[in-house]
Design a protein around this ligand. Structure first.
Ligand code: PEP
Ligand code: MG
Length: 386
């Protein structure tokens, strides 16, 4: 059965939509997710994680060939085999989303995740690539890091192995042209993960602009796109002003941002969180409910610095917190443009954003009323001003 909302709940959600100012998008990277997002009223895809697309049997061999290639030219040849599939991924998502924005997050994970780590797997890989086993072992060792989540992933990988982002950008633009030619509107958004320095954005932006120019020349088609940055490191939040000058949107990735702010592994924290919360060290598990004092402060600082330098910038949140009502209320108060959460949480996010918008308006009007009352009894300073 396909998930659907009943009529009276839909009516409630429509009232909520009329009350809220912040938009709600969904995190989606498969056609099923995207359809579900639309059914639940998402106003676009705010995070399409692309790495999951490379693990299936059809794509993994080309991915591994790319990893083992020493020259950029050979990496491009391997990636060219993935290009039509990746273009197809985006064409499908653009069609389903039918003109709603689709934010595609460029490849994020470390490359070792695509390699086998046991002897048997390495032997099989050596055979399939026609390489000595020792070469495979050496490459796996070279890619193995002590702290992969803090290592060669996200934009660092994108800069070190630029052919991956180039292939993805080409797939996005070619898909936009294809969908545009069939008369559907599409403005793809390309998002760079794990940024910590403005220069990273400049370097990736330069390459993406080059690919856009090439695709325009080859296809003789016009298309627009928006480039954005994920704010997932404390440094990116602090340098958001500089970063904002080079992009159209920022999206806080609060899973990594929480991990980096606390210096606490998002994959292991659950082991002791019960005891930490139980003893009052943390009021809540910061990976479930946005820590408004630490991570939230970075969100406020980042949003304010970004907007000061780029008044037109869009500011959003797409970590898991964006689906939690308390955290959504925080985002609404912080004036974020949208939150993006798992499709199943979209209805709750629509309600939570509306509730907070209504509460803020009520609080404001109560404040105005009491100001007025104070003004009448004691004489208003404002009435004597210039
Ligand atoms: C995040 O870090 O908050 C995020 C959305 O990205 P991911 O969970 O894929 O690391
Ligand atoms: Mg992340």
């Amino acid at each position: 059965l396909e998930p659907a909302l009943d009529d009276s709940f839909n009516q409630l959600l429509e009232w909520a939509d009329a009350a809220r100012t912040m938009k709600v998008r969904a995190n989606a990277d498969t056609p099923q997710d995207a359809k579900c997002a639309r059914r639940f009223g998402a106003q676009g895809i705010g995070l399409c994680r692309t790495e999951h697309m490379f693990f299936d049997d059809e794509r993994l061999p080309a991915m591994r060939e790319m990893i083992f290639a020493d020259r950029a030219e050979d990496r491009r040849i391997a990636l060219d085999r993935l290009l039509p599939m990746q273009r197809g991924d985006f064409t499908t998502l653009f069609r389903i989303m039918d003109g709603y924005p689709v934010t595609i997050r460029l490849f994020d994970p470390p490359l070792h995740e695509f390699l086998p780590h046991d002897r048997e797997g390495m032997r099989e890989l050596a055979e399939s690539l026609d390489l000595p086993l020792s070469d495979v072992v050496r490459r796996v060792e070279a890619l193995t890091e002590y702290n992969p989540m803090l290592g060669m992933r996200g934009v660092r990988l994108g800069i070190t192995v630029p052919e991956i982002y180039e292939m993805q950008a080409r797939a996005i633009f070619e898909a936009a042209v294809e969908v545009g030619r069939s008369g559907q509107g599409v403005v793809p958004e390309i998002m760079i993960p794990l940024v910590s320095a403005m220069r990273e954005v400049e370097l990736v932006r330069h390459r993406i602009e080059g690919i856009a120019a090439a695709v325009r020349a080859e296809t003789r088609a016009e298309f627009t796109y928006r480039l954005g940055v994920m704010v997932e490191t404390p440094r990116a939040a602090l340098r958001a002003g500089d970063i904002a000058e080079h992009c159209a949107f920022l999206s806080f990735g609060t899973n990594d941002l929480t991990q980096m702010t606390y210096g606490l592994s998002r994959d292991d924290a659950a082991r002791f969180m019960g005891s930490y919360v139980g003893q009052g060290v943390y009021a809540e598990d910061p990976f479930h409910i946005l820590d408004q004092e630490g991570v939230g402060e970075l969100v406020l600082i980042g949003a304010q610095r970004a907007r000061t330098r780029n008044g037109a910038i869009t500011v959003a949140m797409c970590g898991e917190h964006a689906g939690n009502p308390e955290s959504i209320a925080f985002c609404q108060r912080a004036g974020l443009d949208y939150v993006s959460c798992s499709a199943f949480r979209v209805p709750v996010a629509r309600l939570a954003a509306a509730q907070e918008a209504i509460l803020s308006r009520l609080t404001e009007s109560v404040r105005d009323d009491s100001d007025l009352a104070a003004g009448t009894s004691f004489g208003s300073h404002r009435s004597h001003g210039a």
